[in-house]
Design a protein around this ligand. Sequence first.
Ligand code: ADE
Ligand code: ZN
Length: 327
Amino acid sequence: RALRAYVHALPKAELHVHLVGSASLPTVLELARRRPAAGVPADADELAAFFTFRDFAHFLKVYLAVTSLVRDRHDIHTLVTGLAADLAAQNARYAEVTVTPYNHLLDGMSADDLLAGLESGRAAAAADHGVELAWCFDIPGEKGVKAGRETLTFALRERPEGLVSFGLGGPEIGVGRAQFEPFFTAAREAGLRSVPHAGETTGPATIWSAIHDLGAERIGHGTSAAGDPALLEYLAAHRIPLEVCPTSNVRTGQVRSIEAHPVRRLLDHGVLVTLNTDDPPMFGATLNGEYLAVAGTLGLSAPEIARLARSAVEVSFLAPARKTALL
Ligand code: ADE
Ligand code: ZN
């Protein structure tokens, strides 16, 4: 009980959360009611079953079905403000939110609608919830280099306020990181930070590629680094943080349980670990819940938990003065 209050009170930053994956269950149900053709259940019990994932590939299929529910600026605004309210309820003051423009445009949304919804939502997040949001625009890897090129073009042409980073999501199996090198190089030259997913569903070689080919400054997940002592040493020495999402990994079948999660090994090797939710309602995750689960499993002391929370602020892409204000 006391630990729960302690974790809640820590000012937190969420560095790995997908906008579509942050849609609350009531929001998903409402969107599903309006758009039955998407095949997403509009009944709460059926939706809970729909969000029970057989494996990672199944999760991605479901994720794309939910993406297809999101059609216009109003929907985007609803997602952004809903996420801000949920973050505020966790006492998270700042989040870097992954948006996948290519998928929304492919589903028929206009660029104007996407940008207008992000802008109005971000302003409302600050004004109504006191939550600062930044954007990561990411490539849906399964759609290949065309998606890479178009995501880069969109990001650099539109450059919305708050855009800080460039990412790569979707499956890793059969989707080599290196093919996206030109887009990450251009994004980095334009001042965006590199935060690809790597080592969530494949081994350490993918993380090495994210570092060497994509100039990764943080790694989305990166959990398979635990199996490569040289990589662990490299991540620690070069202070490349991992955006660890324990409940996500359990729910997509990447690890058996929180107890079996390699987060302890990562910490023991001096790797900078941050705790994140990935797609919270889809996984039944909350940011405070991730801290409590890891603290409970590893038997962390209060100062160790506080250090984890502070570490997320420190390795965020917030301006230094804003970090100080948060810490
Ligand atoms: N898109 C949404 N969540 C994701 C995840 N955990 N990995 C890759 N792509 C994603
Ligand atoms: Zn993710």
